[in-house]
Write a protein that binds this ligand. Structure first.
Ligand SMILES: O=C[C@H](O)[C@H](O)[C@H](O)COP(=O)(O)O
Length: 217
C-alpha cells in the first residue's frame, strides 16, 4: 500500500471516534485532509468543527461542514490530527505544515486527542524530523542563538508566515531525550510562541496505517 493510500485509510478509520451532535477539533495536513473528506459522509450527524488552520477551515467549509470560533465553544469531544513523528509514549513532533500553535490550542480543549499517521511516522526517539518552533519575527535571531545553546541547529523556514503572522525556525540535530522537559524549556525562551513538541499534552489514541491495515496504539 502506498503512503497516500495509508493516509486515506487512517483518515477514514478516525471516523469511529466521532460522536453524534458534537463539535470536533480538526487538525491540519495531508493526513487530516483525508479525515475531512471522510467526515463529509457523516456531516449531518455532527454539529460542526473547530479548525486549527485557514487551510483546514477552507476545506471543511467547502464540504458544507460548519466551522465554529473556538471562543464560542466550551469543550470538544475529540481532536483529530496527524503528526510528523510519534513515539510509543504518544509524544509527537508536529508543525511540518506550520500550524503547530493553533493545533496546540485546539487540542488542549479536546477531551481525546486522536493522532492519525502512517507507519513511516513512528520513531523510538523524537528529533530526526527538524523541530518546528513558531517565533515572533523580531525575536528570530535571539531565539536562534538560544536554540544553539540547547544543542540544536535552527534553520529559518524562508518565505513562510504562519496563520498568526509569525515565522518558523526548524531545529535540526536536537537530542530530545526528555520531550516534556524540552517542550517546557523551549517555550520559556522569550519570543517563542510555541514549539512542535506535543508531550505535556500528548495523544490519547494513535491510529497507525500499516500494510496490514490500521492498528490502534
Ligand atoms: O503543521 C502541520 C501539522 O502539525 C501536521 O499535522 C503534520 O505536519 C503532519 O502532516 P501530514 O499529515 O501532512 O504529514
Amino acid at each position: 500500500m502506498d503512503q497516500n493510500a495509508k493516509k486515506q485509510a487512517v483518515g477514514r478509520a478516525a471516523l469511529k471516534y466521532v460522536e453524534p451532535d458534537t463539535i470536533i477539533g480538526v487538525g491540519t495536513g495531508s493526513t487530516v485532509n483525508h479525515f475531512i473528506d471522510a467526515l463529509a459522509d457523516i456531516k449531518h450527524t455532527i454539529t460542526g468543527a473547530v479548525s486549527s488552520s485557514v487551510a483546514s477551515t477552507e476545506r471543511l467549509k467547502a464540504l458544507g461542514i460548519e466551522v465554529f470560533d473556538l471562543n464560542s465553544v466550551n469543550s470538544l469531544s475529540i481532536y483529530v490530527d496527524g503528526a510528523d513523528e510519534v513515539t510509543e509514549h504518544k509524544h509527537m513532533i508536529k508543525g511540518g505544515g506550520a500550524a503547530l500553535t493553533q493545533e496546540k490550542i485546539v487540542s488542549a480543549v479536546a477531551k481525546t486527542f486522536v493522532c492519525i499517521v502512517d507507519d513511516s511516522k513512528e520513531v523510538g526517539v523524537l528529533g530526526d524530523f527538524p523541530l518546528p518552533v513558531e517565533v515572533i519575527p523580531m525575536a528570530r535571531s535571539y531565539v536562534a542563538r538560544e536554540l544553539v545553546k540547547l544543542g540544536g541547529d535552527p534553520v529559518y523556514r524562508e518565505g513562510v508566515v504562519t496563520d498568526n503572522g509569525n515565522v518558523i525556525l526548524d531545529v535540526h540535530n536536537l537530542s530530545i531525550v526528555n520531550p516534556r522537559e524540552m517542550e517546557k524549556t523551549i517555550n520559556n525562551i522569550a519570543g517563542v510562541v510555541t514549539n512542535g513538541i506535543f508531550a505535556l499534552r500528548g495523544a490519547d489514541v494513535v491510529l497507525v496505517a500499516t500494510n496490514e491495515g490500521v492498528v490502534t496504539r
